[in-house]
Write a protein that binds this ligand. Structure first.
Ligand SMILES: Nc1ncnc2c1ncn2[C@@H]1O[C@H](COP(=O)(O)OP(=O)(O)OP(=O)(O)O)[C@@H](O)[C@H]1O
Length: 547
């Protein structure tokens, strides 16, 4: 049996080689009749898409793109849902050595504009129902040089996806751009401020494939479904790129999230291996939709945000398996996990996001220097680049200052911007994003600890906790809480929630004020933006329900 270390060395040799060709590695080398994706429509009809079909169609689309002047290093964006066309577009882009710029379908024109103006994006693939977003507008000025390809019928000079495939012969030879060439330019979620462009080289696919294999334990026999959206890192890397790299089948559902549809897909397609963000698990937990009885889940994984502890007993009861927490970033892929693969599977420690995966050395550094903080001491989560063969991120696109903030001057350390603790066996416990840490009376409090207690209360759907300046204590905690429709907001509930934090976490760390709100501000990828809540408090636009 191949050890994880040997497997990593093999993957690095393949995807890091100067002779590496993306289209060959992600598609053409796999058996033509093997199923790459099971495409599921919202009405639950499904069809298979084979690697052979993908080679043929993406070859034709690559010829069409070449005719539009696309070549190695050019940016080509997709504003598309999870469909066959999306995968064909990606492989066509990579066949030419061009760079894929993913656009989330919930974006409004300004968010699209930020990602495709300024980087010379030459072509945008768009779903017909998204087409109007690309019309010239003040937020999105016309660019004569940019071309659009639409699904559905051709429209006013915009060629149709299907017509281009029918009209072009397959490209003769895929471009060999090598392991260091960028294949994706993906923007971070913007949880802490404006999003940053991350150029992803082909070499990074070795890291993605390692997580797919060991973190998720995606096996050939699995019905694997990662419900995250491919407009973001978790969805793009681990529902499309890594399955393609390994030649494994994945389910792609052509729809946004709804609890009822999620239950139907899990049951109808007998999904065995499921991955999604914590918001999905929380929404399933609180939904009225009935839970199917015939679930076949073997593994469930969560990433992207802290997995609040309330989900875990619910999942074991309802899904029949625990949800294991995994940690990563757009800039890393996944570096830390409670890995599912039997070779790495260890004990799951409550509240821990697991241990560094093979190929990654993750250290907790003191706030005041590049010195390990020591067991159990909260510090900055940092990647030791000198001892992390899978580290691939070298800097943000056209943002030297922001890159410099993330690396030590000698480039030994990459600072993730998160804070956590590590126990004596290397298990990491997430505390907060650096910017969200609350400093109260000399204590450092991670909002996540408090939010977890609040979220476990039966009246609560979700919660976010921020610090506000306080003369005496430096900062005190304020909570924003979304209640279940049946819950009764009021002083009694406030007191109950405060007491729950005192007994469930720490007596000093209870929220001094609680705001009951209909929803929390989120990034388009669903992450809570605490900086907006802080701004709301500073502007005085949030009034506490009670003190
Ligand atoms: N298992 C996890 N537990 C806690 N937090 C997590 C976990 N997985 C990911 N995260 C959070 O998500 C972040 C990575 O998210 P992403 O790369 O999408 O951009 P972002 O950090 O949300 O946005 P921006 O960098 O623009 O503020 C991590 O740095 C961490 O804060």
């Amino acid at each position: 049996m191949t050890s994880p270390e040997q497997h990593m060395a093999d993957l690095l040799a393949i995807f890091g080689s100067p002779a590496a060709c993306t289209a060959e590695l992600l598609c053409d080398r796999h058996p033509a009749d093997a199923v790459a994706f099971t495409l599921v429509e919202p009405d639950l009809t499904a069809r298979h898409l084979t690697f052979g079909e993908l080679t043929e169609s993406s070859g034709r689309m690559a010829s069409a793109l070449a005719d539009l002047g696309v070549g190695p290093g050019d940016r080509v964006a997709t504003l598309m849902g999870k469909s066959a066309e999306l995968v064909i577009a990606l492989l066509a882009i990579w066949r030419l050595g061009a760079v894929h710029v993913p656009l989330f379908t919930a974006f409004a024109p300004p968010a699209i504009g930020v990602r495709i103006t300024g980087n010379g994006t030459k072509v945008v693939f768009v779903d017909a129902d998204q087409r109007a977003k690309l019309d010239p507008s003040p937020a999105f000025p016309a660019d004569a040089g940019r071309r659009i390809i639409t699904t559905g019928p051709a429209d006013d000079g915009t060629p149709a996806f299907a017509d281009l495939i029918a009209a072009h012969p397959p490209l003769e030879r895929a471009v060999v751009a090598g392991g260091d060439a960028p294949v994706i330019e993906l923007f971070t979620s913007g949880t802490t401020g404006s999003p940053k462009g991350v150029p992803v080289p082909l070499r990074a696919v070795a890291a993605f494939a390692m997580y797919q294999e060991y973190g998720l334990d995606h096996r050939p026999s699995d019905v694997f479904w990662n419900a995250a959206d491919p407009g973001w890192a978790y969805g793009l890397y681990f529902s499309l790129v890594a399955p393609l790299a390994l030649g494994r089948t994945a389910v792609l559902v052509h729809s946004g999230f709804s609890p009822a549809l999620t239950w139907s897909v899990l049951s109808r397609f007998a999904v065995t291996n499921f991955a999604a963000g914590p918001t999905v698990y929380r929404a399933l937990r609180h939904a009225d939709a009935p839970v199917p009885e015939n679930l076949r889940l073997r593994h469930c994984s969560s990433a992207g945000e802290p997995l609040t502890q309330d989900v875990i007993p619910w999942a074991e009861r309802t899904l029949g398996v625990p949800v294991l927490d995994h940690y990563g970033q757009t800039e890393l892929g996944m570096a830390v996990a409670n890995a599912w693969h039997p070779d790495l599977r260890g004990e799951v420690r409550p509240g821990s996001m697991g241990r560094a995966l093979p190929g990654w050395t993750v250290e907790i550094l003191r706030p005041d220097g590049d010195i390990p903080a020591g067991t159990g001491v909260t510090g900055r989560v940092s990647v030791d680049c000198a001892h992390s063969p899978l580290m691939w991120f070298t800097g943000y696109q056209d943002a030297e200052d922001r890159t410099a903030e993330r690396f030590s001057p000698d480039r030994r350390w990459y600072y993730t911007g998160d804070v956590a603790t590590k126990d004596e066996d290397g298990y990491l416990f997430f505390a907060a994003r650096d910017d969200d840490v609350i400093l109260m009376g000399g204590y450092r409090i991670g909002p996540f600890d408090v939010e977890s207690v609040l979220a476990a209360h039966e009246a609560v759907v979700e919660a976010a906790v921020v610090g506000v300046p306080d003369e005496l204590r430096g900062e005190v905690l304020v909570a924003f809480v979304v209640l279940r429709p049946t819950a009764r907001p009021g002083d009694e509930l406030v007191a109950e929630l405060q007491q729950a934090v005192k007994t469930g976490f720490a007596a000093h760390a209870y929220p001094r004020a609680i705001h009951f709100v209909p929803e929390l501000p989120k990034t388009p990828s669903g992450k809570t933006q605490r900086f907006l809540l802080r701004q709301r408090l500073q502007a005085g636009s949030a009034r506490p329900t009670t003190h």
